[in-house]
Design a protein around this ligand. Structure first.
Ligand SMILES: [Zn+2]
Length: 281
C-alpha cells in the first residue's frame, strides 16, 4: 500500500516557449546581414557589420547631435495650409494628415536650439518619412526663422538634409522656398555666422539646388545619394551612360562638390571642431 498513487502519465514535453521576434530584426541593405534592431540603434543607426548608414528620423538626428540629446524645439506647430487645395491620386490634406500620424510632426523639418560640445547652435533636421522630406512653405519658413534666430543670437546654423526635393503639391510656392532660404542664408553670411550643410541619403532636387549646397562647409555621410535630377532623366537627356557611383557622396567629393565625407560616429565631434574653427571665441 502506498500513500499516493503515481500517475502513469507519459512525460509531457515542456511547452514551447514562443518569443516574439517580429519587428526586432532588420536586414542591412548593403551586406544583407540580419541585424538585431537594438544593436543598430546603439550604433547610431549604422550596420555593426559593414558600417552601412541607415536613414534616421529627424528626432533621432537631433538627439545624436545635441549634448545629452536635449534641445528646445522651435515652431513645432507650423503646418501647411494646402494653399492650392491640391489633389492628385489623393488629397494633399490627407497626405499631410497621414504623414503627421506616421511621424508625429506637422511638416518635414524639426528645428531646435541646443548645445554641441558645450557651444550653442541652431540645428534643423529633415524628416524623410514626411512626404519624402519634401520642401514646402513650412520647411522654407522654419529654416528662415532659424536663420533669423541665428542672426539675433549670433549662433551658427546646421541643416541636416534628407529630402527628395521640392513639394510638388505646393507647386510654385515650394520652388519659391529655394529663393527665400538662399536669401536668408546670404543674410547669415553678411552677419558672418557659419552655416554647415550636412547631406544625408538622399538629398536631391530643389534641396540640393539651394540650401544643401550653400554651406560654408558642405559635408555628407558615406554613401549618400546626392543629386539634382535622377540618373535615368540625365541619361535620357544627355544620351550617355553615367559613370559608376555617379551621384554618390564619394563621387561628389572626388569631383570637388563636397568638402568632406564624415561617418555618423564622428559627425558630432567634426561639427563641433568645425564650429570652433569657423566661429572662435
Ligand atoms: Zn551591413
Amino acid at each position: 500500500m502506498t500513500w499516493f498513487r503515481k500517475e502513469n502519465r507519459p512525460l509531457e514535453a515542456p511547452k514551447e516557449k514562443r518569443v516574439q521576434t517580429e519587428g526586432l530584426w532588420t536586414k542591412c541593405e548593403a551586406c544583407k546581414q540580419a541585424l538585431w534592431k537594438k544593436d543598430v540603434e546603439a550604433n547610431l543607426h549604422c550596420c555593426p557589420k559593414c558600417g552601412y548608414h541607415f536613414r534616421v528620423s529627424a528626432r533621432a538626428r537631433l538627439e545624436m547631435l545635441f549634448d545629452g540629446g536635449r534641445y528646445i524645439e522651435h515652431d513645432a506647430r507650423l503646418a501647411s495650409s494646402d494653399p492650392l487645395d491640391f489633389k492628385d491620386t489623393k488629397r494633399y490634406r490627407e497626405r499631410l494628415k497621414k504623414a503627421e500620424i506616421t511621424t508625429g510632426l506637422k511638416d518635414a523639418l524639426i528645428t531646435g536650439e541646443g548645445m554641441i560640445e558645450g557651444r550653442p547652435a541652431l540645428v534643423g533636421a529633415m524628416e524623410f518619412q514626411f512626404i519624402g522630406g519634401s520642401m514646402g512653405a513650412v520647411v522654407g519658413e522654419k529654416i528662415t526663422r532659424a536663420i533669423d534666430r541665428a542672426i539675433a543670437g549670433k549662433l551658427p546654423l546646421i541643416i541636416v538634409s534628407c529630402s527628395g526635393g521640392a513639394r510638388m503639391m505646393e507647386g510654385a510656392i515650394s520652388l519659391m522656398q529655394m529663393a527665400k532660404i538662399s536669401a536668408g542664408l546670404a543674410r547669415l553670411d553678411e552677419a558672418r555666422l557659419p552655416y554647415i550643410s550636412v547631406l544625408t541619403d538622399p538629398t536631391t532636387g530643389g534641396v540640393t539646388a539651394s540650401y544643401a549646397m550653400l554651406g560654408d562647409l558642405n559635408i555628407a555621410e558615406p554613401g549618400a545619394l546626392i543629386g539634382f535630377a535622377g540618373p535615368r532623366v540625365i541619361e535620357q537627356t544627355i544620351k550617355q551612360k553615367l559613370p559608376e557611383g555617379f551621384q554618390r557622396a564619394e563621387f561628389l567629393l572626388a569631383h570637388g562638390m563636397l568638402d568632406a565625407i564624415v561617418p555618423r560616429k564622428e559627425l558630432k565631434s567634426y561639427l563641433a571642431r568645425a564650429l570652433r574653427f569657423l566661429q572662435p571665441g
